[in-house]
Design a protein around this ligand. Structure first.
Ligand code: PRX
Length: 629
């Protein structure tokens, strides 16, 4: 383990020397003057003065070597289609999309909001934005109108690119009605909306606003759009994520630092090389999709598989059949996907030739030991648990087989990744804690290249949110609990805040509470994350009504539960819908009025709720217990 420890140490004691070497992995149109500017910590600027472009590094740069090799392979088991785009074809598509956006008046620094399912046109649009220096903001397709409206208002995009519909488990999921609803709620609607019509759900285009992707593509086909060279710290994208408040944060990413960080990770963390094939099953609406469906593999000169479908359709071997067919070298998925597969016939794991595969990477939520072991034994491949966040942009903790092969310890995402000065600190004193003790996972600034540069439009909130919760020092808080064992392996022990993680989807309980409270009958509510064998966690809502109904399994309660579920689904999307809603007469609170969430979670998980001396009304917790029967 000496090599990996030394590698990490070098990146921390001499960040400039370390990252100067790594910067050589990408194309710089103009060299940087300085590797790192920390004059305004916690803000950090990487590769100051250097000029580069994400699209150029992902597409143009690899044309001489790989023009005829597949760059993007789209497989949809939803609509039974497959299309492979060579790097040259990708170049053509991206140029057409860039010409289309340019014609709509989009230029450097302008925002484009993308609300699309897993179709290649979404990737073309993202890369086209990067090409012309526009800032993309992709909104996950599982989100609905209120989420979407909030993000449109915050990013103020010139153009929204969307579609008629997606498809999930064989069922058409219309996007256009949700978008129309969102636009009607928006204070700052965009000038133009481009719709990629898949022919899945008929819709009425809004005259003067809605344009057709296919027609614009035809119109601009063959045009060449020059690359807009950006200063390294100029934003490449904004990706919204949930926190403690009801207002999502626009995580802003830079350009040069991100490209370098991803390029380096392809070798050190993913142990890959140009010409490899990478398959990440995440969604382009999440950070894993941004970094490891699109930018990482493409900047690393690899082929990337874009998969629209679930892991169990047409059967539970579909992922392995794709690994076999495309000779996939790296597979990246989520613990929930593996737990879903675990319910299938184990023989499915052996049906295909997966000899091309080096390892399976899993992230986004805690990976329990039995799940990791099941997959590792069944496939005969190493499993690499990696821990990170939308904010970090790439792994904070992970094994790094490209640096050194280290033994796996199931349940642990191994060690801090080079560039991240990660510590376990005391919540009370802010001091570093010794091995074995539980504390907050914190990162001493500067954050490495590729990590968030700020919150979109709100530097103050960036500092306040992330750098003020550790007492006595300016440290980035991940808002996760962690512990390091005697051998240096790290363990993640859950969130310190009210963020929950449902099937790898990060959700703010506050947002769900606000949505539930918008129902006219609701006086107040509390939403908590409760352990679930399949999804890791599910949301449970406890609701106090303005007018008490007969609670329990009455018809009235059942109808109200359905009504509230529909409100949440319509506003936030199906991903945010609580697993269950229970009606209670009061919420357990402290005497100062704070809801005792940890006690509620404990009761839901049949654990001891612990110290209740501050509770105002002990019967409130009893009611929660009763409501669960
Ligand atoms: O709580 C941690 C959990 O997911 C959060 C970040 O979610 P998101 O911003 O959606 O980014 C996901 C990027 C992979 C973290 O704060 N989390 C993520 N990976 C792990 C994890 N928890 C335990 N183990 C992991 N490997």
């Amino acid at each position: 383990m000496n090599k990996i420890i030394d590698f990490h140490r070098r990146s921390i004691v001499d960040p400039e020397g370390f990252w100067r070497r790594e910067a050589g992995r990408i194309h710089w149109e103009a060299p940087f003057d300085r590797v790192l500017d920390v004059s305004r910590l916690p803000f950090a600027r990487w590769f100051v003065g250097g000029q580069t472009n994400l699209c150029y590094n992902a597409v143009d740069r690899w044309l001489p070597q790989f023009a005829d090799r597949p760059a993007l392979i789209w497989v949809s088991t939803e609509v039974d289609q497959e299309r492979a785009y060579t790097r040259q074809a990708l170049y053509e598509e991206v140029n057409a999309a860039a010409a289309m956006l340019r014609a709509l008046g989009v230029g450097r620094g302008d925002r484009v909001l993308i609300y699309m399912p897993m179709v290649p046109e979404a990737v073309f649009t993202m890369l086209a934005c990067a090409r012309i220096g526009a800032v993309h903001s992709v909104v996950f397709g599982g989100f609905a109108s209120v989420n979407l409206a909030q993000r449109i208002d915050d990013a103020a995009p010139k153009v929204v690119v969307s579609t008629d519909a997606g498809s999930r488990a064989g069922k058409v999921v219309p996007y256009k009605p949700l978008l129309d609803k969102a636009l009607s709620l928006c204070a700052r609607p965009p000038r133009s909306v481009v719709i990629f019509d898949r022919g899945l759900a008929p819709f009425e285009p809004a005259a003067g606003r809605d344009l057709d992707y296919a027609s614009l593509r035809r119109e601009h086909w063959g045009e060449r759009v020059p690359v807009q060279w950006l200063e390294s710290s100029e934003p490449s994208y904004v990706l919204y994520t949930s926190g403690t408040t009801g207002k999502p944060k626009g995580v802003q990413r830079d350009t040069g630092g991100y490209a370098v960080a991803l390029a380096a990770s392809m070798e050190y963390i993913f142990d890959g090389k140009p010409g490899d094939t990478y398959f990440c099953t995440s969604d382009i609406g999440w950070v894993v999709g941004h970094s490891y469906i699109i930018y990482g593999p493409l900047i690393g000169g690899q082929s990337s598989i874009l998969y629209e479908g679930t892991p169990v359709r047409p059967d539970g071997a579909v992922l392995w059949s794709l690994v076999e067919r495309y000779r996939v070298n790296t597979l990246f998925s989520s613990p929930t996907a593996v737990r879903v597969l675990k319910r299938q016939d184990p023989a499915l794991l052996k049906r295909h030739d997966v000899s091309s595969l080096r390892a399976v990477y899993l992230a986004g939520e805690p990976l329990d030991e039995p799940t990791a072991r099941w997959l590792s034994d069944g496939l005969g491949k190493p499993i690499v648990d990696n821990y990170w966040q939308t904010e970090s942009g790439w792994p904070i903790l992970a094994a790094q087989p490209g640096v050194e092969r280290t033994p796996t310890r199931f349940g642990s995402p191994s060690f801090p990744v080079y560039g991240f000065d990660a510590r376990i600190v005391s919540e009370a004193t802010g001091e570093d804690l010794p091995p074995g003790e539980k504390g907050v996972v914190a990162i001493v600034p500067p954050l490495p290249p590729g990590a968030m540069s700020t919150i979109w439009g709100d530097d103050e909130r960036f500092v306040q949110t992330y750098f003020t919760s550790i007492p006595g020092r300016q440290c980035y808080s991940t808002f996760d609990w962690g512990r390091v064992d005697q051998d240096g392996y790290w363990f993640i022990l859950g969130r310190t805040d009210d963020v929950i993680n449902v099937a790898g989807h990060r959700l703010g309980t506050r947002e769900i509470e606000e949505s539930i409270s918008s129902h006219a009958g609701v006086a107040e509510c509390a939403v908590v994350g409760v352990a679930d064998a399949l999804k890791g966690q599910v949301a449970m809502a406890f609701v106090v009504l303005k007018q008490a109904v007969e609670t329990g399994q009455t018809e009235e309660a059942g109808k109200l539960e359905g009504d509230i579920m529909r409100v949440v689904e319509g506003q936030l999307g199906a991903v945010a819908r609580p697993a269950r809603i229970r009606f209670v007469g009061a919420l357990p609170k402290t005497r100062s009025g704070k809801v005792l969430r940890r006690a509620i979670v404990a009761v839901c998980e049949h654990r001891d709720p612990g110290d209740l001396t501050t509770i105002e009304d002990p019967t409130a917790l009893e009611q929660i217990k009763e409501s669960l029967k």
